[in-house]
Design a protein around this ligand. Structure first.
Ligand SMILES: [Zn+2]
Length: 200
């Protein structure tokens, strides 16, 4: 990126900005108003003439921040255009994958979803259902070590209440990697239920 217009407020963050935009060529700029766009606007995909800068669109993520992405317009045929916001999407992805990792560590250490939610309130507010969903997704994507490597499985149970009915959350954890292997909600926790859930 050839041009990063800093103000006194964001000057101290210039190294961070450069690391975010390091993959962009010298035809991109981050203006002092915080707009990300091409310095010379791109060519019109329709008629091929040079487009003009045309303001920006704002994309926000609650409690995280927002970005301004430059818009273009063709002076000849009126075709609108917008810069790609790939860097913003990958920043969000990176951020939420760190959160997923935090949930896993807390779950491995037996913190309940309610407890994680209470803690997240101080960092980045998340409801316990959102945490449960993110956790379940990350468990599904987790690469479980192959079975021939002998490993010890830990078993953990929690007793969340759904409405007025008592539920039982049964979790299997790998002894060596401390990664959750399976995590299910059951109505009861008699030996049969446990046996079924530990033998998927
Ligand atoms: Zn055009």
């Amino acid at each position: 990126m050839v041009s990063l217009d800093c103000t006194l407020l964001n000057f101290s963050e210039k190294d961070l900005f450069f690391s975010i935009f390091e993959n962009y060529g010298n035809d991109f700029e981050y203006t002092y108003k915080g707009v990300f766009r091409r310095t010379p606007p791109p060519l019109c995909p329709d008629c091929g003439s040079g487009m003009n800068h045309n303001g920006y669109n704002t994309y926000s993520k609650k409690n995280l921040g927002s970005v301004k992405i430059g818009r273009y317009i063709c002076p000849l045929c009126g075709e609108p255009g917008e810069e790609s916001r790939e860097f913003w999407e990958s920043l969000k992805k990176e951020f939420f994958s760190v959160l997923n990792h935090v949930y896993q560590i807390l779950r491995v250490n037996h913190v309940s979803y309610e407890g994680i939610s209470d803690l997240m309130e101080a960092i980045f507010p998340r409801g316990k259902d959102t945490i449960l969903r993110a956790f379940t997704d990350s468990v599904e994507k987790a690469v479980v070590p192959p079975l021939e490597v002998s490993y010890i499985v830990h078993y953990d149970e929690q007793f969340p209440k759904r409405g007025r009915s008592q539920k039982y959350r049964l979790t299997l954890l790998d002894n060596f990697t401390a990664q959750p292997i399976a995590d299910e909600l059951h109505n009861k926790k008699d030996p049969n239920t446990i046996k079924k859930s530990t033998n998927p």
